[in-house]
Design a protein around this ligand. Structure first.
Ligand code: UDP
Length: 326
């Protein structure tokens, strides 16, 4: 993998994709960012224009593509519920056909394939916190299924590419992640609450706000990904064998767990004097009640743990949105 160090990041103009592009460039890779710009935004990659190690390719990963990369990092997919539900058929195609196209090219090139999966593969979990060995509790035909089942099918496919063809597949399941480069209009809870408070509008709390999420700051997620990418394959294979893991897939998140009401209180505390107040709105369909990652496996393999608590990441994110949106 060190030979040539040419990386493709699909979803490279997106939130986490653009952070990964930056980290790979800093690590000495030549990086191509591929994005359809459906939910990604060139604002996130403008800073790399003119860098001879960077190129942008506008392309939708549902269609096959080709190139000389020896690392393919597959992050392309809308990830916010309103965005992925806006065109659910295309979301499923992005997840599944996107994984298939990435896997076929990685196989042809003998490349490493890093794939971004999600805590959504656990659905509305019946065990808490969620470990990688938990198979999940997922509705296969509800409003969130295009994303949840799409991501599950992608994991299935990539696990089989590894078993059947020996492909070097490395997957993570990101839990809710936030930070600079998020789309202010993406409709997720952190962005919705910050933007509402900054504009002095009501802060939307869906349902009674007692549902929980665990919020991870973007730099913590990217640090874990870079450690996983840098690991020699033999070490990953030996770790999987020792732990009896059928495929390398690791929870990446911050175990700090907050109710949505607590998050709203924190936002109001960080943006005082806005005049905003919380307002309860209907809970969307199949909204998971609790979510918290067990990150022991990633901790052991990568020597990684998140270091930015919500109390630090939230103010940094608020500063970003103040500069971008006010
Ligand atoms: N949510 C909320 N207000 C919003 C957006 C979301 O209360 O403006 C809730 C949503 O119902 C869910 C949680 O916050 O329980 C996280 O939602 P998000 O869309 O960020 O991601 P999810 O984890 O549901 O995919």
């Amino acid at each position: 993998m060190e030979n040539g160090r040419k990386a493709l990041v699909t979803g490279g103009a997106g939130f986490l994709g653009s952070h990964l592009v930056r980290a790979l460039l800093a690590d000495g890779w030549q990086v191509a960012a591929m994005d359809s710009l459906l939910t990604g935004n060139t604002d996130n990659i403008d800073e790399f224009a003119g860098n001879p190690s960077f190129e942008f390719i506008k392309h939708d990963v549902t269609e096959p593509y080709d190139g000389p990369w020896n690392l393919i990092a597959n992050l392309a997919c809308p990830a916010s519920p309103p965005r992925y539900q806006a065109d659910p058929v295309h979301t499923w195609e992005t997840s599944v056909l996107g994984a298939l196209n990435a896997a076929r090219l990685a196989r042809k090139n003998g490349a490493t394939l890093f794939h971004a999966s999600t805590s959504e593969v656990y659905g509305d979990p019946e065990i808490h916190p969620q470990t990688e060995s938990y198979w999940g509790h997922v509705n296969c035909n509800g409003v969130r299924s295009c994303y949840d089942e799409g991501k599950r099918a992608a994991e299935t496919l990539l696990a089989d590419f590894r078993r059947q063809y020996g492909l070097d597949v490395r997957m993570v399941r990101f839990f809710n992640t936030y930070g600079p480069a998020m789309d202010p209009e993406d409709g997720r809870v952190v962005t919705n609450m910050i933007i509402a408070a900054l504009r002095g509008r009501d802060i939307p709390v869906y349902g009674d706000g007692t549902q929980t999420r665990s919020f991870q700051y973007a730099s913590d997620a990217i640090e874990a990904v870079m450690r996983l990418i840098r690991k020699p394959r033999e070490e990953i294979d030996a770790f999987c064998a020792a732990k009896k893991l059928s495929v390398p897939v690791f929870n990446i998140g911050n175990p700090g767990e907050f109710t949505i009401n607590e998050l709203a209180d924190l936002v109001l505390r960080e943006i005082p004097g806005t005049g905003s107040k919380t307002v309860n709105m209907p809970l969307p369909g199949d909204d998971p009640k609790r979510r918290r990652p067990d990150i022991s496996l990633a901790g052991e393999l990568l020597g990684w743990k998140p270091v930015v608590p919500l109390s630090e990441g939230l103010p940094r994110t608020i500063e970003y949105f103040k500069a971008k949106c006010l």
